[in-house]
Design a protein around this ligand. Structure first.
Ligand code: C2E
Ligand code: MG
Ligand code: MG
Length: 341
């Protein structure tokens, strides 16, 4: 090729073609493509396998950046790949050494001002000193498949904690929200796995809320809806996380058997200064209510945000204003204090 644009334009064209839904056994399916592109450098003798490796690296990068896009290889990507490999091997060791734990962040009822439940958030303390954010390790766990054993551990640990709190604070009717990632959600036997853990930990499904994000249900919507309905047979509650940031498939939203909508914290954090963000929050709350869902605002940091959210009829709030994610012990202590906001 004479110009790089020839290749990138072609990639764009491919995306468009593949995003056209095709009909498969009565279902409408679109295929987001991730494309990696590598160019030869002038004056450099490339081996075919090197070019393929670079194209592969660029493709993984495209996947990591959210799929349905193309990336052109750059040398910096190789260091990134090495870092990732290191992270993956550290994670495997970390799982063996029980370096993972869960924190719990209160979700507060804006009607009563009391703690209504918690969200379980994964934590990794490597070698007892370096704490690594889930934003860094969950995607790697996803790509490598480690998310499957890790996710099962997270689910079981959160259920065990939920059961302890059900026993100690039986009047509080606490819920436990647990995040699922797309790879977990794609497992055909997910409902079975979760059902076994519920039995083992003696937790009723109605106390557990599964959080999924919009991007997880892209692609085969009908299959996603089937999976959700499967989970509903266990009486699990379902919630959409980070709402407003992904590919909002509004035409499908009313078909999702969702109980809650979580407004992404980016809108909540700006709702005081920006009238646009305020409008977005207001609209999402109305949308949720019209579809029969409760709404949770995440990332609540100030008292005036709480006031605005209460005015808008938002049911729940979660954020540093109420509490940061806490260890199980600290969360138990908070429950004993029974604070009212
Ligand atoms: P998320 O599910 O949207 O979780 C909320 C994130 O917002 C948490 O970050 C929480 O600590 C943070 N947060 C809560 N209140 C505030 C606030 O007032 N201000 C600000 N600036 N941030 C607040 P965290 O714990 O770092 O988790 C990040 C993401 O990692 C989560 O986003 C979730 O997508 C993922 N994640 C965490 N734990 C798990 C897990 O067990 N499984 C899976 N699949 N994903 C997880
Ligand atoms: Mg979440
Ligand atoms: Mg969220």
């Amino acid at each position: 090729v004479q110009h790089r644009e020839v290749v990138t334009d072609f990639a764009d064209q491919l995306h468009q073609e593949f995003m056209q839904p095709i009909q498969l056994q009565g279902r409408s399916i679109s295929t987001p493509l991730s494309i990696g592109i590598a160019f030869t450098q002038p004056g450099y003798d490339h081996k075919a396998e090197d070019l393929l490796r670079d194209a592969h690296t660029a493709m993984y990068r495209a996947k990591a950046l959210g799929k349905a896009r193309h990336e052109v290889f750059a040398t910096g990507m190789l260091t990134e790949v090495l870092n990732r490999l290191q992270l993956e091997s550290d994670m495997r060791k970390g799982m063996e050494k029980s370096e993972f734990s869960l924190n719990y962040q209160p979700i507060v009822s804006l009607k009563t001002g009391r703690i209504a439940g918690f969200e379980a958030l994964a934590r990794w303390l490597q070698d007892q000193r370096r704490s690594i954010s889930p934003v860094a390790f969950i995607p790697v766990a996803e790509e490598t498949g480690l998310i499957v054993p890790l996710g099962q551990w997270i689910f079981e640990e959160a259920c065990t904690q939920a059961q302890r709190w059900q026993t100690e604070f039986s009047d509080a009717n606490l819920s436990m929200s647990i995040n699922l990632s797309s790879r977990q959600f794609a497992q055909a036997d997910l409902a079975e796995q979760l059902s076994q853990i519920l039995q083992k930990t003696q937790v009723q499904g109605k106390h557990i809320k599964i959080e999924i994000t919009e991007s997880m249900v892209m692609g085969d919507m009908d299959a996603a809806i089937d999976l959700m309905l499967n989970l509903k047979t266990l009486n699990l509650h379902l919630g959409i996380d980070d709402f407003g940031t992904g590919y909002s498939s509004l035409s499908y939203l009313h078909r999702f058997p969702m109980d809650t909508l979580k407004v992404d914290r980016s809108f909540v954090s700006r709702m005081e200064e920006s009238s646009e963000d305020y409008e977005i929050v207001r609209t999402i709350i109305t949308l949720g209510h019209n579809l029969g869902m409760d709404v949770v605002a995440e990332g609540v940091e100030t008292n005036s945000q709480v006031k605005l959210l209460r005015e808008l009829g938002c049911e729940y709030g979660q954020g540093y204003f109420f509490a940061r994610p806490l260890t199980a012990e600290a969360a138990s202590a908070l429950l004993r204090q029974n604070p009212k906001w």
